[in-house]
Design a protein around this ligand. Sequence first.
Ligand SMILES: [Zn+2]
Length: 351
Amino acid sequence: MEGKRSNTRPLTLLRKIKGFTRSIVEDLARGRPPLIYIERFRNYCTDTSGNCSCSSGLSTGKEAISLKRECHARRLDVMLRVLLIVQQLLQENRHGSKRDIYYMHPTVFKEQSVVDRAINDICILLQCSRHNLNVVSVGNGHTPFQSLLKKLMAMAVTVTPLMLEQDIISVAQYVIVVEKESVFQRLANDQFCKRNRCIVITGRGYPDVPTRRFLRLLIDKLHLPVYGLVDCDPYGFDILTTYKFGSLQMAYDATFLRVSEIQWLGVFVQDCDNYSIPQQCLLPLTAEDKRKIEAMLPRCYLQREVPQWRFELELLLHKGVKFEIEALSVHSLTFLSHEYLPSKIHNGGYI
Ligand SMILES: [Zn+2]
């Protein structure tokens, strides 16, 4: 991430935008139909041969956009309109949301997904992330940095780093990412961070981009080990893979946002036995749970990068039961903070 940052400064991006539009104008002036190549990215497929290039940050092919096809001409029109808005945002050092951009030409764009696709195309063309374009998520009026600060303040009860400009200083020794806010609150109530010198973060389920950016920033700046604590069910597993490998919808951004360092701390199927979770705390997997697991098992990155995670997922399907992190409270409310997490971290109980 550090290396890429120098290529994504506003001035560099503005220069790239100028170069791109100039090449189109030159083509048109010479009576040559413009031809634009957009690289395609995906972060996983179901190719089990191990020969695919997913998750590597490499493109999986190029798409040629020409004016010959009407749908391509329209796509180029939208892209240029959005590019003009982005250029203005960068020149004026202002931020706009994807929704703001949509409402600047609603009759042309017709729907939000058209704008989203154009923004994605522009990110790929300029080799930058959406936040580099000064474009923020829908419904979020804050600049990316303000969002990070807001998040940090919301976590002030358990987070101890000092944030000065974009430098972070911390005495923490590791970071724990928890799936759910209820578990985050449990750890806050138990003053887990103070007792254990760590940083706890939650994305409240599937993490949004600011949460993933914040985590990426923390790991880049502090170089700390990072552990994921999720429910023992297919959703917990999928959330964990979103942190580690990114989401399918934002395959290009994954190269900027993925936290490949994250290790899976729990809760695992075997924890039921290892930590004596009684049978009544376990729930049978539903038909939908089973379908979701079966759909996740062939993801190429599991076999290639984390075969142990894949094995755990198979085990979950085989056992046919799931359980929540909170099931550990069957022993006592503080069992998670005082027993489970310290024993996992000190005994290397993660994969
Ligand atoms: Zn693949």
